[in-house]
Design a protein around this ligand. Structure first.
Ligand code: PEP
Ligand code: MG
Length: 574
């Protein structure tokens, strides 16, 4: 049966491929009580699911793909052992009988219990086995839920697989940088969540906030993903498929055409040069940056180096990462943002703290609360500054004392390096992200004390409009064109110019080509965005005439009602 689902398009492009369900046992599963007569059939259903999962694993053990990693066989043996252990294969059966519950619920109860026991184990090796238990339980769960488990690597090639998940964390997403899935779709998530940002950086069509995709889509079903419109078509018929194949080709042609702009200078029609910089998460992103001809790195989100690992990266490891980027950019500016952990990005094993993590110990607040961790990073950034043009950027400032405390710690990091005769750039520029309303209002005070400002519109919108950027329930209220946001962005740009310091926008607004003319009209001359968007933005810059866009942007600032703002933008872009 063919059907369509609507969500939020977070990364443009058309993908056609086969669903690969990513299941987690932590998902809500239905709980229902069975009549006594139904118990034997339910027990049998559970046992069949265990056998099916076992057979699939044994089949895979027999036919290990030649390109599978060396440890794959051992890993399968371990999973078979876990599956055969009575804790997973027998206890849920007893639970079905004693609690008269459905098999999924029994399996979830037992898995939760095992996970809890693993969490209490001191031995790190044994604690690590928790993930294996979860994966085995997921295999059984998939069979129960009617998604027969396909062993990884045994199904269709990765390039034609569309990952379907209830939720993916930024840490999950960053791991996909080394994969080549055709698309990602999830039930939850907002367009400027860090998960969405990483999806965009992969340049792969993605749709979020589909709500029931994980439940309604089955493993291996054919899907069309329209990442721009936020539409998924499940089991498309021939005509629909042909139509989307055509659109896919057209999209690809457009992308190819834009590539011609790679070496063109980003100059407006009246001759003003605009700097188009790139945002990166990991040093390996540099290759993509080079393909677009960016004039530097406007935002290196260093916290991604800290995710998916047990130990924090030490000074030497961080130095290598920052130095690699600095050297690869050959004297072009590289803006290294200090750690922005907290909210939706966590160290392995760390719990979300506080009822409202986005308003909690995040970014600079966390660094000031953990000065030793911050010190290591500051030393690494300073040391890397010797090998290129590094600029240091402080995230989520909201008060001057935070800035003073950060600068004091920076000074002491410099002193320890001087004492050890370790070279660094003594003139390293220090910038601040303006991404809280407090910092926006105090932009002049920050500008006086810093070498540059960078406007983090993703958070500025989140905090100004009081909308959690990763919560899709309020995604419709997350509005970059809200008059309050436009006033703040225009004000920060003007304030930085008055203070005679550079200012960039490094939030997602900078990479939205429909906002380029408006931002130019506000006076912005530095845009930092994911490499995937850079050429489309450059195309807008090349077509812009500054006096014209300035007048249009002023009209937008005067508009008070949302529809008037949108009409003014349409006029500006016409
Ligand atoms: C922002 O908030 O706009 C920003 C660039 O930082 P991040 O998206 O990493 O929070
Ligand atoms: Mg931010």
């Amino acid at each position: 049966m063919s059907f369509t689902m609507h969500g939020t398009g977070v990364s443009a492009g058309i993908a056609i491929g086969y669903a690969h369900i990513v299941s987690t046992v932590s998902l809500e599963v239905a709980h229902y009580v069975l009549p006594p007569a139904g118990i034997p059939a339910e027990v049998e259903r559970f046992e069949r699911a265990v056998s099916t999962a076992r057979e699939a694993m044994l089949a895979l053990r027999e036919h290990i793909p030649p390109d599978a990693p060396a440890e794959f066989a051992g890993f399968l043996d371990l999973h078979l052992m876990i599956l055969n252990d009575s804790t997973l294969s027998t206890v849920p059966r007893t639970l079905i009988e004693t609690s008269q519950c459905n098999a999924e619920w029994a399996l979830k109860q037992q898995t939760d219990k095992l996970v809890e026991q693993f969490d209490r184990i001191d031995d790190p090796y044994l604690r690590e086995r928790k993930a294996d238990v979860i994966q085995v339980a997921e295999r059984i769960m998939k069979v129960l839920l009617g998604h027969p488990s396909h062993a990884p690597m045994s199904a269709s090639p990765e390039q034609s697989r569309i990952l379907v998940a209830h939720d993916l964390s930024p840490a999950d997403m960053i791991q996909f940088k080394s994969h080549r899935f055709a698309a990602f779709i999830t039930d939850v998530g907002g367009a400027t969540s860090h998960t969405a940002i990483v999806a965009r950086s992969l340049n792969i069509p993605s749709v979020m906030a589909l709500h029931h995709a994980r439940q309604l889509i089955r493993e291996d079903e054919l899907l069309v993903v329209d990442g721009a419109q936020g539409v998924i078509i499940v089991n498309p018929d021939k005509q629909v498929l042909a139509e989307y194949r055509l659109r896919q080709t057209q999209f690809e042609l457009e992308r190819q055409k834009l590539k011609r702009l790679r070496t063109a200078r980003a100059t407006t029609l009246d001759g003003t040069t605009v700097e188009l910089l790139a945002n990166i998460e990991l040093p390996q992103d540099i290759d993509r940056v080079k393909e677009t001809g960016a004039s530097g790195i406007g935002l290196f989100r260093t916290e991604f180096l800290f995710l998916n690992r047990k130990e924090l990266p030490g000074e030497e490891e961080q130095l290598e990462a920052y130095r690699k980027v600095a050297e690869a950019m050959r004297g072009k500016p590289v803006t290294v943002r200090t750690l922005d952990l907290g909210a939706d990005k966590h160290l392995n094993g760390a719990q979300m703290v506080g009822a409202n993590p986005a308003l909690g110990l995040r970014a600079i607040r966390l660094c000031l609360a953990e000065p030793q961790m911050f010190h290591v990073q500051l030393r690494a950034i300073l040391r890397a500054s010797y090998y290129g043009k590094i600029r240091l950027l402080l995230p989520m400032l909201s008060s001057l004392p935070e800035l003073h405390a950060s600068l004091t710690l920076l000074e002491s990091a410099k002193q320890t390096l001087r004492a050890q005769d370790i070279p660094f750039d003594p003139d390293i520029e220090i910038g601040g992200m303006i991404e809280t309303p407090a910092a926006a209002v105090l932009a002049a005070s920050f500008a006086k004390r810093l070498n540059f400002l960078s406007i983090g519109t993703n958070d500025l919108i989140q905090y100004t409009l009081a909308i959690d950027r990763s919560d899709d329930h309020v995604a419709h209220l997350y509005d970059p064109l809200h008059p309050a946001i436009l006033q703040l962005v225009a004000y920060i740009i003007k304030t930085a110019h008055k203070a005679n310091i550079p200012v960039s926008v490094c939030g997602e607004m900078a990479g939205d080509a429909s906002l380029t003319r408006m931002l130019l009209g506000f006076g912005l001359r530095m845009f930092s965005m994911h490499p995937a968007h850079l050429l489309a933005v450059k195309q807008q810059v090349l077509k812009a005439n500054l006096p014209e866009v300035t007048a249009g942007a002023q009209r937008m600032l005067k508009a008070e009602e949302p529809d008037k703002v949108r009409a003014a933008l349409a006029r500006l872009n016409a």
